[in-house]
Design a protein around this ligand. Sequence first.
Ligand code: SAM
Length: 210
Amino acid sequence: MKSSAEHWDRVYESRIEEALTWFEADPALSFGLVGRFALPGDPVVDVGGGASRLVDRLLEAGYGPLTVLDLSATALHASRERIGARAEAVRWIAADVTEWTPGESFALWHDRAVFHFLTEPADRAAYVATMGRALRSGGIAIIATFADDGPESCSGLPVMRYSPEALAAEVDSLAPGRFQPVEAERHSHVTPKGNLQNFQVSVFRKTEAG
Ligand SMILES: C[S@@+](CC[C@H](N)C(=O)[O-])C[C@H]1O[C@@H](n2cnc3c(N)ncnc32)[C@H](O)[C@@H]1O
């Protein structure tokens, strides 16, 4: 079953940001990838961005226009408070990505640790359909999930685990020929308690056919 906004609001209300297992003081891998595949001026969306500091770094570096979407209004509020006046330059959307109708065409879609919560095939299909509508032709999708040897759950919820090949096969089965794998890497995230969580990070390009 899909997780609810109430679940995620409770998570963000019950712990300080720095104690969340997925917390990164410096989202360097994501920032580096966005920087390689987008130019300042390109519309970028961080899907399930939560309270991530990626938006801070992108703002500082002059990227954007930026959109951050998350189920949890509490998480988005935390980011807005942290960022202060510059948060006005960001579009904040409290929504479920599987039900979202994008109002514009993005050059880059970033998702760190969101797709892997979609354990139902229908939700994964809705996510990939939204990603297809949100991205312009040639647009880039960066999708980071737990790796095939990563954790089996997060925040009390079951997750799907993927190798880059399995993720590419899943995306292609849901949108045949629409997303071409560009590159992928493994990444070990160190949680605030010092535990290792293995991720895979895949980059896709939306094809002209998409
Ligand atoms: C593990 S956290 C990762 C947050 C952020 N990407 C980061 O790297 O810090 C997962 C995030 O996905 C959000 N989320 C989960 N399911 C979602 C959905 N269906 N639509 C939008 N956001 C969702 C949660 O609210 C949470 O903020």
